[in-house]
Design a protein around this ligand. Structure first.
Ligand code: UDX
Ligand code: UDX
Length: 434
């Protein structure tokens, strides 16, 4: 089947690549000519493991095409997936102007039936608004459908999540739309054995926001428990392990640390709170989830302050700029909180990340970016770990201690075993562990 995917960010590019790889003919459209130019040269605008190889394979097989023109995308396929950004707008409300713009452009150009599928995370009832927009801008009475098919792709494992999803959710209003989406996903369902759930559009939209908000709640819950653990002399890892073995709770997303970041959780929780407000429900629980997430960063900052006493003129090595390992994405990353604060306090910073430094540098140019961990920590008064990269896990602690001026480690990801690090002579602070 021919499919157009509008937006070649993490979501659009991974989704388009997956569709091509299961045999569909895919046109990826983006209004950023630089990105399309890169993709045509088989250069990836984002880092995601194995993505480049898979794009190359499908381009060479003639199943993947790139364009900057929505009109071309509208002509190309009966089904268009909308995967443009939905960044936070005014007071936490999702900014849907890009989604609206795509709806408008498709409506003005289409000459026969089209199915517009919302792939980006959008507030409930966006589908309805999109329908109104398309109806308004259609030049004649052409049939169309709008559907919701939320993405559940984690950066770093996005391709795996696309090919082997836990579930596929489609929100549809007609049998025609349902049947098109069932056909598109048939190879994924067959290979992975996952369920394809059909529901109405509002339910599909809410499933996405509720899922991400629940996962964020799980993280904030364990982070709150970590604070109690610190006060009670308990170990949050042992508590989380003990909780997680209960199948009703589950062990995943119970890692305490510096708090969640990324392009989705902070924005989606914000949007869900805002949307609930608009509908007339005060989602107090999620407001608290947000506060706990922020407090976790502030708490770690206090540990730095407490240990160094005076931050001014101290050399701090920051390990990890990405919001999680396996990606070069720094959107809402903890590093964006710590680095400006430490700079303001007068610290000399050395920054290390295996792949995210260029993206961080776009926001904070002119800082001291390093490519080698040992070079980064040489002569440092303190090491601050913000991302659990494998390279950080594998650090030779003896060499690290020898390289530093004073062996102080603040571990925002609970990477090391407190006892063995302290035995090596480090002053070591982590999250929720004695
Ligand atoms: C984004 C959201 O952040 C996420 O919550 C949602 O589920 C999907 O969309 P991501 O793919 O990471 O995820 O976004 P981003 O990297 O910003 O990519 C969006 C792409 O759309 C960009 O390449 C941008 O150039 C493109 N775009 C944006 C268009 O092609 N047309 C527009 O009008 C606006
Ligand atoms: C998320 C959703 O999981 C995915 O389904 C899709 O909707 C996009 O958004 P992503 O943001 O890529 O994926 O990363 P995820 O693995 O969910 O982690 C989000 C943040 O939570 C990261 O900053 C991570 O470090 C943090 N996290 C995760 C914790 O602090 N503790 C945990 O136990 C798990």
């Amino acid at each position: 089947m021919n499919i157009t995917v509008v937006g070649t960010g993490y979501v659009g590019l991974v989704t388009g690549t997956c569709f091509a790889d299961i045999g569909h003919n895919v046109m990826c459209v983006d209004n950023d000519a630089r990105k399309i130019d890169m993709l045509r040269k088989l250069k990836m605008p984002i880092y995601e493991e194995d993505l480049e190889d898979l794009v190359r394979k499908n381009v060479e097989a003639g199943r993947m095409h790139f364009s900057t023109s929505i009109n071309e995308g509208t002509d190309f396929a009966e089904v268009l997936f909308i995967a443009v950004g939905t960044p936070p707008g005014y007071r936490g409300q999702a900014n849907l102007s890009y989604v609206e713009q795509v709806g408008r452009q498709v409506a003005e150009h289409m000459t026969s039936y089209r199915l517009l599928v919302e792939k980006s995370t959008v507030p409930v009832n966006t589908g309805e608004q999109l329908k109104r927009t398309v109806t308004k801008y259609l030049r004649e009475d052409i049939p169309f459908d709008v559907a919701s098919n939320p993405e559940f792709l984690r950066e770093g494992t996005a391709l795996k999540d696309a090919f082997q999803p836990d579930r596929i959710v489609i929100g549809v209003e007609s049998e025609r739309a349902a049947s098109l989406l069932r056909n598109i996903y048939e190879p994924v369902v067959k290979r992975s054995g996952c369920e394809l759930l059909e529901m109405n559009m509002a339910s599909a939209e809410l499933t996405k926001h509720a899922s991400n908000s629940f996962l964020a709640t799980k993280i904030s819950f364990i982070n709150a428990v970590s604070r109690v653990c610190e006060l009670a002399g308990a170990n949050v890892e042992q508590v989380a392990h003990g909780m997680g073995l209960d199948h009703r709770i589950g062990s995943r997303f119970l890692n305490a640390g510096v708090g969640y970041g990324g392009s989705c959780f902070p924005k989606d929780v914000d949007a869900f709170v805002h949307l609930s407000d608009q509908l007339g429900y005060n989602f107090q629980l999620l407001r608290e989830v947000q506060k706990i997430n922020q407090a976790q960063r502030e708490h770690l900052m206090q540990k730095i302050q407490h240990e160094l006493w005076v931050i001014e003129n101290k050399t701090i090595a920051v390990l990890g700029l990405a919001f999680k390992p396996g990606t070069d994405d720094v959107r809402e990353a903890p590093s964006l909180y710590f680095i400006p604060q430490l700079l303001e306090a007068g610290a000399h910073l050395r920054l290390w990340d295996p792949i995210a430094s260029p993206k961080f540098e776009e926001i904070h140019p002119g800082l001291d970016y390093r490519t080698d961990i040992m070079d980064t920590v040489q002569g440092a008064d303190l090491v601050l770990i913000l991302t659990d990269w494998p390279e950080v896990r594998d650090i030779d602690l003896d060499k690290l201690k020898d390289a530093m001026r004073t062996p102080v480690m603040i571990d925002g990801r609970n990477i090391f075993d407190p006892k063995s690090v302290r035995e090596k002579g480090f002053t070591y602070y982590s999250v929720g562990r004695p």
